[in-house]
Design a protein around this ligand. Structure first.
Ligand code: MF3
Ligand code: CO
Length: 278
């Protein structure tokens, strides 16, 4: 069953997802040559706990950290370590949090200093794939419209889409129904309805789509050792589009002292609402 959230539940989801977005933005800004992924993880956990939230990944099926930090050919679920980032790397930072009984989840891929033109293009294409996926979301659309938008765009750009990991519903659990593949044919699968909350997360490889999991039981890498990128937003389905809950520019406002009044009505004007039209 896919749950539709009430207005008050959506505000709780907005709050935790805004926190995730704000912390993720701070982590992205902290990325530079010499910084270790363990340092990023420590900063993330500090920030979440200071805000009264808990890391969502830590302890999830035994996962040991607050963030996933996946460098270069690592696709997802890279475990933070003493590895220092070096100029030219790309690092995908994925973070989930729990606050007030609800979950938030978002990911970004960040360049470390100057990166190759191919890496730059991979980040741009993966981010745009997420934006195009989000733009398909509205009440009445189908789950597979999301993956179809990702796959057709990514493959037209000469890159490939990872099949082994998918997006998901999110709410009072980190992973809820439905599963949201990043590939497939439009017009299939469950219909989206107002109030469904979805974590949409394309993973895009510069080379072939195949991945394997390393001996640590977590880190997924590309089999061909090509670069991989990952962007993720949590959104709530609305009648004519969706509201992206993981935008950093609204995070301070939603997480600030006036939370009780909920989000301002300016949300569709300042771009927080994505419309399927056009
Ligand atoms: N965003 C990823 C997902 O939703 C990260 C999960 S990491 C895990 O699957 F540690 F929680 F598994
Ligand atoms: Co997710």
């Amino acid at each position: 069953m896919i749950v539709c959230r009430s207005a008050s539940e959506i505000e709780k989801l907005a709050r935790v997802n805004a926190l995730v977005a704000r912390v993720l933005k701070e982590l992205a800004a902290a990325v530079k040559p010499g910084v270790t992924t363990a340092q990023l993880d420590e900063l993330a956990e500090q920030r979440l706990r200071k805000a009264g939230a808990e890391p969502a990944f830590k302890g999830y099926h035994g996962y040991p950290a607050t963030i996933c930090a996946s460098v270069n050919e690592q696709v997802v679920h890279g475990i933070p370590s003493g590895r220092a980032l070096v100029e030219g790397d790309i690092v995908s930072i994925d973070m989930g949090a729990k606050l007030g009984g609800f979950y938030g989840d978002s990911a970004v891929t960040v360049p470390v200093g100057r990166v190759t033109p191919e890496a730059e293009r991979l980040l741009k294409v993966t981010k745009e794939a997420l934006d195009r996926a989000v733009a398909t979301v509205r009440a009445g659309a189908r789950v597979s419209d999301i993956g179809a938008a990702v796959q057709s765009f990514v493959e037209a750009q000469g890159f490939s889409v990872v099949r082994e990991f998918v997006g998901h519903g999110i709410g009072t659990a980190l992973h809820e129904e439905p599963q949201i593949p990043n590939y497939g044919t439009a017009g299939r699968g469950p219909r989206l309805a107002e109030g469904m909350t979805l974590a949409i997360e394309p993973m895009v490889n510069a080379g072939k789509p195949a991945v394997k999991v390393l001996g640590d039981g977590w880190t997924a890498v590309t089999k061909d050792k090509g670069l991989s990128a990952h962007f993720e937003h949590t959104v709530v389905v609305t009648e004519d589009g969706c509201r992206v809950l993981t935008l950093p520019d609204v995070a301070a406002e939603v997480d600030g002292p006036s939370t009780s009044s909920g989000p301002s009505r300016a949300e569709s004007r300042d771009g927080r609402t994505a419309s399927a039209a056009g």
